[in-house]
Design a protein around this ligand. Sequence first.
Ligand code: ATP
Ligand code: MG
Length: 297
Amino acid sequence: MSSGTDILLEVEHLWKIYGPHERNIDLTKPFSLEEAIAKGAVAAVCDISFKVAQGEVFVIMGLSGSGKSTLIRCLLRLIEPTAGKIRVGGEEVTSMDEHQLNRFRRTRVAMVFQHYGLLPHRTVLENVAFGLKLRGVGREERESAAREAIRQVGLEGWETRYPAALSGGMQQRVGIARALVQNPELLLMDEPFSGLDPLIRREMQDELLRLQKELRKTIVFVTHDLNEALRMGDRMAVMQQGTFVQVGRPQEIIMHPANDYVRRFVQDERRFMLMSGTADKRVEKLAHTAGRKFIAG
Ligand SMILES: Nc1ncnc2c1ncn2[C@@H]1O[C@H](COP(=O)(O)OP(=O)(O)OP(=O)(O)O)[C@@H](O)[C@H]1O
Ligand SMILES: [Mg+2]
């Protein structure tokens, strides 16, 4: 990690074990964990540590069941970690009481899910403003902030419509506006574009990259799509069975996959690059590297 970079998110030795006795497992003793697993516990996140710099887009990629959703949900304790530490901007999330955690979720972090989860009987404007309403922000102020977020995601003119009148892509724009209106430092996105047609998906990726140029949020972005990971990520982590098997810049991972699992993931991309002799150019284009911030993997 280069010195002088501001770290926003710090995760240390994070574990999530699903199972009836997850709290009683002594993680310092491999035997204890093996025993729990033999009894049916699932180790979904195993001793993961990483840091994300301010303004960085950190992508987590991996096959279905590798633990991506569990990990990203642990970051705001929608899923309670079994062990480990999470810090956001120096605040220790893992030691917050319920009140502190609620305030943290309302002010510093926002999450966008694959399934938009919009409120069907509220308009686009109300959906976007809803979080601010919960925060006790007055009507005029929250509506003006919501209008601005709606403009940012390109939905101006749709404020008074209901979610059912919107296409999937537009509904996810509302999902993103709903997150942006909170002005979070940390934006967590779990397969936000996976439900969309390829063309719309591509459009949404471009849109998010455009927004990111302007807003410079710190983003943790989960996907199982390599192309999306390459386009969106400043750095990416490849996840396999609850662990990060490789973390680095997309081009490093493509050129030097750490094991067979990663190699299989990146194979086609790598073949294309070597064949066309355009490795650097293509990765550059894919990753939109111009002017973006990197930390050495
Ligand atoms: N509530 C739960 N109880 C028990 N096991 C769970 C629970 N949620 C997830 N798991 C298990 O934890 C592992 C990781 O699941 P997770 O949903 O985090 O993976 P994922 O990488 O997000 O997969 P996908 O790409 O399908 O969304 C899987 O083995 C899953 O079966
Ligand atoms: Mg998932």
